[in-house]
Design a protein around this ligand. Structure first.
Ligand SMILES: [Zn+2]
Length: 318
């Protein structure tokens, strides 16, 4: 058990390292004891929690608490304390919804499960947590994922969507196929006019698309177009990573994804190789999105692999 925890921790730290643009070895020294959980009110009884890893949404009310994503295991106590400190309810976190399987969004599953919460996610989240495998863009970005402990697996899984009726709201998790991974859900809080988009929508520049775990740029674009055409204009958008956003931010992001994919698609039609595309800097006009985690070359590679269906080599694991 302890060994499994340590192994899943290594993966989590690697993701953090990549997100923060540090080397893995620098991040091994990351001290979660220094992480503070910042809580902000989004609307009505919905809050956003930021610490390390993916953003958390919380519905806090008379029936108890529902959270979307749970960051890293060592932060679970601080997350619980931050929710309690709101002084709204003494009732527990009854449900945790995972937007996808990555360790910076599911790392707290085990402690939350042990504390009595029920973890809910798409079928593929449970499958990928259970089996482990390789996450990556099919090329230069590659992370080995160890199988998760049994206590970290979602207890309730769904194929298309699920609704939790708590705190006077129909909280709906809706699956969108092949976006950031093949197990993504976007979570809607319709009464409060808030949505948590998981890592289908992020604010750190070019997104990490986990092509090796069934993700694709086309799927993200479809998810973003479908949701932004149906949501009210003034909806508050919680991204997987980064600051609270609105639909204009989502549209600008979607436009960038559409334009950059079209450029790479055109280069593919012109029979250009991946090396040529990088050398010719075909995404230079979008360089402002180049980040430490996914720089322009890594994003060209991501789009190339996504558009050609190349998923990279899969690592063997026990
Ligand atoms: Zn992710």
């Amino acid at each position: 058990m302890r060994k499994l925890q340590q192994l899943s921790m290594v993966f989590s730290l690697t993701v953090v390292a990549l997100l923060l643009g540090q080397t893995a070895s620098a991040a091994q020294g990351q001290d979660f004891s220094k992480v503070e959980i910042k809580v902000s009110k989004v609307a009505g009884n919905i809050y956003m929690l930021e610490g390390a890893g993916g953003n958390i949404a919380a519905s806090v009310g008379e029936d108890g608490i529902v959270i979307v994503d749970d960051q890293f295991a060592p932060l679970a106590d601080k997350i619980q304390a931050a929710l309690k400190n709101l002084g709204i309810t003494d009732k527990p976190v009854r449900f945790v919804i995972n937007t996808h399987y990555h360790g910076d969004h599911t790392g707290g599953n085990e402690p939350f499960n042990n504390a009595g919460s029920t973890v809910i996610a798409h079928d593929n989240v449970r499958k990928r947590l259970e089996s482990g495998g390789t996450a990556g863009n099919g090329g230069s970005i590659k992370m080995e994922v160890k199988p998760a402990a049994k206590a970290a697996l979602p207890i309730i899984t769904f194929d298309h969507d699920v609704t939790i009726h708590l705190n006077g709201e129909d909280i709906r998790a809706l699956h969108f196929p092949s976006g950031h991974t093949d197990g993504d859900s976007i979570i809607f809080f319709p009464k409060n006019n808030v949505v948590h988009m998981g890592d289908d929508f992020v604010r750190y520049g070019f997104p990490f698309i986990d092509v090796a775990s069934g993700g694709s740029v086309q799927g993200i674009i479809e998810a973003m177009e479908k949701t932004s055409s149906q949501l009210p204009a003034d909806v508050k958008v919680i991204p997987g990573h980064g600051a609270l956003s609105n639909l204009d931010d989502v549209r600008a992001y979607t436009k960038m994804l559409r334009e950059t994919s079209a450029v790479v698609q055109k280069a593919l039609s012109d029979k250009k190789s991946l090396e040529q595309m990088k050398k010719e800097k075909i995404l230079a006009p979008w360089d402002k999105f180049s980040g430490d985690f996914v720089n322009t070359d890594a994003f060209i590679e991501t789009l190339y692999n996504s558009l050609t269906g190349h998923k990279g080599e899969f690592m063997k694991h026990n």
